[in-house]
Write a new protein. Structure first.
Length: 169
């Protein structure tokens, strides 16, 4: 439930599995609240206009640009940032594959790319190379590691499929 509090509204959302109730300007970008209020710095500010992909988060399982998603649109939603994918002790299969494939160069775009790739694998566990390239098309990586990124996503999908087959009776 959203309540107006002066220029701010009280908003409830779940970020990385933790419910938050906070006051924020209803037109403030989700990115600002994640970085400045919740201190989750993994999601990056890139262009501020949904053109580069650095700020992507999963909102109810769908990759969205947090730089142009206003707080009024996140009420009651489940948000996953790159910090919510995995931890150092048990990285998400995508994070491990990115390390194994040396897919990150400077790392600025990688958080958004990991998020979009996680969204892709959730809806399409065994994507083709074309599926991966389409899912990541909106992401700009100036370091030129696109081919390694695609290989890493495909490797994560294969590793997940292998682990799933091993877990079945």
């Amino acid at each position: 439930m959203e309540r107006n509090i002066g220029n701010a509204s009280e908003v409830t959302l779940t970020v990385n599995g933790v419910q938050h109730r906070l006051a924020a300007d209803s037109d403030a970008p989700l990115l600002d609240v994640l970085r400045d209020t919740l201190k989750l710095k993994g999601t990056r500010f890139g262009c501020g206009g949904n053109q580069c992909g650095a700020c992507y988060v999963l909102m109810d399982g769908v990759a969205v640009a947090s730089c142009d998603t206003p707080m009024w649109a996140v009420e009651g939603k489940a948000i996953i940032t790159v910090e919510g994918l995995g931890q150092a002790a048990s990285p998400h299969p995508l994070q491990q594959a990115f390390l194994d494939e040396q897919a990150a160069q400077c790392g600025y775009c990688i958080a958004g790319i990991l998020i979009s790739a996680a969204g892709l694998l959730a809806r399409c566990p065994q994507p083709t190379e074309a599926d991966v390239r389409t899912a990541l098309d909106r992401h700009l990586c100036r370091c030129g590691s696109h081919n390694r990124i695609v290989r890493a996503v495909l490797a994560a999908a294969a590793a997940t499929a292998t682990a799933d087959r091993g877990a079945q009776p």
